[in-house]
Design a protein around this ligand. Structure first.
Ligand SMILES: [Zn+2]
Length: 411
């Protein structure tokens, strides 16, 4: 094969193959390339300027896409330029985006594979170490992130996520309109969210934030009031219902803990049922719950109260919603359900933010979906030590709407 054929098949723009080595036994292919004649000026990697003066020539070896069954390595002749501003510097080459021994398109192939498979699987396929695959994937995602435009943030979602014993809680900030996570911060303090507003948004961008969906969590509220005072705070259904579920669970535990024997056995493993909405239960599961309710009226009341709280988001307007909430709280009288009394107090204290859902229509369920995506990534990835990597993964997931069904099955 002629050098010009090798050059055509390799297809590195601006480069030509001048030497090759094929090892049929090891199934490896090595190609030496250099700039095509006529390329006089090189780009300085320090400042990006075109520089004509060459300091020295060096070689760099990178792994490239395979050729059929052959693993391909490209040895690139590179110039160190003598830049008037930076001094001797390596030239910038599009196919060599980092110092790692891989071509850009090889990294892209690995990064794309990581969109639908776990790093360990990709590692096996490419014959790389899993840590190398993760490093390539991170660079691939960083390049993607740099190249795309970021939409205006008008509706912000703020949530906390428990990552386990070592990482504990992180704060997740998301764009509710695009449905993508924007930022992760360690911890869930006021200072955590302050850091987002300070480091991620300009004063002008902060003024454009019109609404925030948050949990009834004081530190976040304080941060919002300080950094985006014009923004309407909305306590979304997802978070409120989480609190309601917690109240049901508290009552379940206190009611059945002291009951021994047969009754206790009936309750065992029913926690999930109590936390599921009635409409989402199959007929036989509803039967099981009915059995449980016969045993204990207070658990039944708690369940019904939780169910009826959903109605707060099904009203015609904010006035009807305010009435609905008042009635719901009134129902609690004489019920002796302390967990729900606590919840009612919380709801009344955050009354305005609950009604705001009617005045500022934002996409609900986004926070919940983002939460689910992150959990899925965590289950698949086995420990993201790097929060930035986890964030980019979650963003890319939204951008590509990767189907992860296959993984859910494998897990
Ligand atoms: Zn320079």
């Amino acid at each position: 094969m002629k050098d010009s054929d090798w050059t055509r098949i390799l297809g590195w723009p601006g480069y030509r193959v001048y030497q090759t080595e094929v090892d049929e036994k090891a199934k490896t292919l090595k190609l030496w390339v250099r700039r095509k004649a006529g390329t006089k000026k090189r780009i300085c990697s320090g400042c990006g300027k075109h520089v004509a003066e060459i300091h020295e020539l060096v070689e760099r070896e990178v792994r490239d896409l395979p050729w059929s069954e052959y693993r391909a390595t490209v040895v690139v002749e590179l110039c160190r330029v003598r830049c008037p501003d930076c001094g001797p510097r390596m030239e910038k080459v599009a196919q060599l985006p980092s110092k790692a021994p891989f071509s850009k398109r090889f990294e892209e192939a690995v990064g794309q594979a990581c969109e639908s498979a776990a790093a360990s699987q990709v590692a096996r396929r490419f014959g790389l170490a899993p840590s190398t695959v993760r490093a390539i994937d991170l660079r691939y995602l960083e390049r993607w992130s740099k190249s795309r435009r970021k939409p205006v943030l008008k509706h912000v979602g703020i949530d906390e996520l428990y990552l386990g014993k070592s990482k504990k809680f992180i704060t997740v900030v998301s764009n509710l309109e695009t449905g993508e996570p924007l930022w992760f911060g360690q911890d869930r303090k006021k200072e955590t969210l302050d850091e987002f507003f300070r480091s991620q948004l300009s004063a002008m961008q902060r003024r454009r934030v019109a609404a925030a969906c948050v949990d009834m969590w004081k530190p976040f509220q304080l941060s919002l009031e300080e950094w985006v005072p014009q923004c309407a705070i909305i306590y979304d259904k997802f978070h409120v219902m989480q609190h309601a579920n917690k109240a049901v669970d508290e009552i379940r535990r206190s009611e059945f803990f002291r009951q021994g024997g047969q009754k206790r056995a009936l309750v065992k493993g029913k926690r999930w049922l109590l936390l599921t909405r009635w409409v989402n239960l199959s007929e036989d599961k509803q039967q099981v719950l009915n059995q449980l309710f016969k045993l204990n009226r207070r658990v039944m009341k708690a369940y019904l109260l939780k169910e009826s709280l959903e109605g707060l988001w099904q009203q015609a307007d904010e006035l009807a919603a305010a009435d609905y909430l008042a009635n719901w709280v009134r129902q609690l009288r004489w019920q002796r359900l302390p967990a729900f009394e606590k919840l009612a107090k919380m709801l009344l204290d955050h009354h305005e933010g609950l009604i705001n859902a009617y005045l500022h229509p934002v996409r609900f369920g986004v926070v919940e979906a983002i939460n689910g995506n992150i959990r899925l990534l965590l289950r698949r990835g086995r420990g993201y030590k790097n929060l930035r990597y986890l964030l980019l993964k979650a963003q890319r997931m939204v951008a590509t709407r990767t189907e992860l069904v296959a993984f859910r099955k494998a897990a």
